[in-house]
Write a protein that binds this ligand. Structure first.
Ligand code: SF4
Length: 332
């Protein structure tokens, strides 16, 4: 889907993501998975699964969407960004396909497992970048929705508007990585650009889909207080101050081997973010408590206690509102 061909020289232009790769015969785009096969764009990862697990939905992370439920999480291989700090580089940019434990899994099997598992709310497309699994994800998401399952995408948001609008018809909730708030970070560290990700976030918010944002804070690269403050201000102004923000701790991975983010940095940025946003969490730290609990912005009661990925008490009613004051908190 989303490509055009040139009948003279057999190249194709992919229109799925902002890279807009011109792909010669026998080659793939930057994502490494969309192949020009005799003038037709072919998805080499269609139905190919590298990971399939029931995960707590908090692990995605989604803290305000069916809290405490499980979600069948599936992923394949390939990615359209090339972040030097990638935590999943073995499946995003596999150096050797033979060592990838990839299996073809039918969509019926994925659907059946999702329906039969107790307390499972739906299917999350995650682990690698699901945008580059567009066709298979969509083919699963349509019947999943018809069966009453929720579709969740954990993504870098680097996608063109038309395919995004198609996904917005069937996906219920998103966690989007906003990796930094400078174009230079996206250019130099990830091989992309910032504006398309902002466009994606605005489109999701405009369609009223559930949205949470993850920002991985890397020492010296995206931890500047002023720039971080501008990012939070933009989130609050454009997407709404109820948009949950997950500030995550970086650990060395792939091609970036610098010290993990100091806890003080995360706490400083959290304090700043909380001036503009109602739900701010710190992730990838052993310390839980206040850093991962949900506090009602109106009556200040702890409404969801978390310990790791487990939910303690839930002070919310069956409509997703604070049991104490009735303020809207989560989607149920
Ligand atoms: S999805 Fe892949 S082939 Fe298509 S434009 Fe993006 S990186 Fe290029």
């Amino acid at each position: 889907m989303y490509y055009s061909g040139d009948s003279h020289n057999g190249t194709v232009k992919c229109a799925l993501c902002p890279h807009g790769c011109h792909i010669q015969k026998g080659k793939t785009g930057i994502c490494g998975v969309r192949l020009n096969n005799q003038g037709k764009l072919f998805s080499t990862n269609y139905s190919m699964v590298t990971g399939i697990h029931f995960d707590p939905i908090e692990k995605k992370p989604l803290y305000h969407f069916y809290p405490g439920s499980s979600i069948l999480s599936v992923g394949t291989f390939g990615c359209n960004l090339q972040c030097v700090f990638c935590q999943n580089f073995h499946i995003s940019h596999p150096s050797n396909m033979e060592i990838l434990n990839t299996k073809s899994v039918s969509l019926n099997r994925i659907l059946k497992a999702s329906i039969e598992y107790k307390d499972n709310c739906g299917i999350a497309y995650t682990y690698n970048e699901p945008i580059v699994w567009f066709e298979y994800m969509f083919d699963i998401a349509v019947p999943a929705r018809q069966q009453g399952l929720k579709n969740v995408m954990v993504s870098n948001g680097y996608i063109n508007r038309k395919p995004l609008e198609q996904l917005l018809d069937v996906v219920d909730a998103f966690n989007i990585d906003l990796k930094a708030y400078t174009n230079s970070f996206y250019n130099d560290i990830c091989g992309g650009s910032l504006q398309p990700v902002k466009n994606t976030l605005q489109a999701i918010a405009k369609r009223g889909k559930h949205l949470e944002i993850t920002n991985l804070v890397i020492p010296g690269l995206n931890d500047d207080t002023k720039v971080f403050g501008e990012m939070v201000k933009w989130i609050a102004g454009e997407l709404g101050n109820d948009t949950p923000l997950h500030i995550n701790r970086y650990f060395p991975s792939y091609r970036l081997q610098i010290h993990p983010t100091p806890t003080e940095t995360l706490l400083r940025l959290r304090t700043l973010a909380m001036e503009m946003l109602n739900f701010v969490y710190i992730g990838n730290v052993s310390q839980g408590g206040d850093l991962s609990n949900t506090i009602c912005p109106q009556c200040r009661k702890v409404v969801i206690e978390r310990s790791g990925y487990s939910i303690g008490s839930k002070g919310i009613d069956n409509q997703g509102n604070c049991a104490g004051c009735g303020r809207r908190i989560v989607v149920l």
